[in-house]
Design a protein around this ligand. Structure first.
Ligand code: ASP
Length: 298
């Protein structure tokens, strides 16, 4: 049985096969491939896109979905997540999708289950389905010719699981990352890092803008200070028309976008921005992932 905890759980060939299925599911129409299957979602951290994307993907494949209400669940009564998951597993679901703020938690749960676990984000550690949908969006945009394409991942690199998972995945398909962030969000990396987006913009094929993960930072900053910090950040890192001019650059963002801080209103409406395409691709890629993990399960 296979789980999806990080992008490295799938080989490149498995990913290319997933993309074939994702293309077939691209019209997001309903079928009955997973009819009679039951999928449980367990989100201990906030989510709009990922949770609804998984739920829609499962329903489009004809599966039933149970969203466990974490706020009212037994973890609030002192039960460990491991016990919650073991109890859910006893009810024989066909897959469990989990998001939690603890890095490594989804990986530690695989020994408690008889069905695939899909990591929908664990702290700043990994977000494999986001990286797979990002790669799919890039792959389709460049007609599979991803080798040598330069991608700037811009923002809060040190706290972003989207950055971590994309850095694990994209280079496997020949993409060349450059990490762009203010010094305080910088990580040491085998890839080029810089704090100066303007200086490298001419070389880029893709910009992946990321939100600053304020919820993962110290929270004793006054609201006015935070606002000042956001404006200061935006001056150097917001993706604007002034920055990218008419260059042919694919603009991505995993959402939620902080408008005019991460990407300007104007660029969000520009045809180079594929942010909503990423959302649509999220559903068909997750359909392909659910199909693969559930139907191949022995
Ligand atoms: N939605 C993405 C995540 O869950 C990115 C973000 O929250 O900024 O990590």
């Amino acid at each position: 049985m296979q789980h999806l905890i990080t992008p490295n759980d799938f080989s490149n060939n498995e990913i290319l096969d997933l993309f074939k299925d994702a293309r077939l599911f691209g019209d997001l129409q309903t079928n009955s491939i997973l009819e009679g299957k039951l999928i449980v979602t367990l989100f201990f951290e906030n989510s709009t896109r990922t949770r609804s994307s998984f739920e829609i993907a499962a329903k489009r494949l004809g599966a039933d979905v149970v969203n466990l209400e974490v706020q009212t669940s037994s973890t609030k009564k002192g039960e460990t997540v491991e016990d919650t998951v073991a109890n859910l597993n006893a009810m024989k679901p066909d897959a469990i999708i989990i998001r939690h703020s603890d890095c490594g938690l989804p990986a530690s749960l695989v020994e408690y289950v008889d069905c695939p676990i899909i990591n929908a984000g664990d702290g700043k550690n990994a977000h494999p389905t986001q990286a797979l949908l990002d790669l799919f969006t890039i792959y389709e945009h460049f007609d599979g010719k991803t080798k040598g394409k330069k991608i700037a991942i811009v923002g809060d690199i040190s706290s972003s699981r989207v950055a971590t998972s994309n850095l694990e995945l994209l280079p496997r398909f020949g993409l060349k990352p450059i990490l762009v962030s203010p010094k305080k969000y910088k990580v040491s990396s085998i890839y080029k890092t810089t704090s100066k987006l303007k200086k490298i913009v001419n070389k880029l094929d893709i910009i992946m803008s990321l939100r600053v993960q304020h919820e993962r930072h110290e929270s004793n900053v006054l609201p006015e200070e935070l606002e000042k910090e956001k404006q200061k950040y935006a001056k150097k890192y917001c993706i604007t028309k002034k920055l990218i001019k008419d260059k042919d650059i694919l603009i991505l963002h995993p959402g939620p976008v902080n408008r005019n801080i991460d990407i300007s209103d104007e660029i969000l409406e520009d045809k180079r921005s594929k942010v909503l395409q990423q959302v649509a691709n999220g559903v068909c890629v997750r359909m392909a992932i659910l199909k693969k993990l559930i139907l191949q399960k022995k």
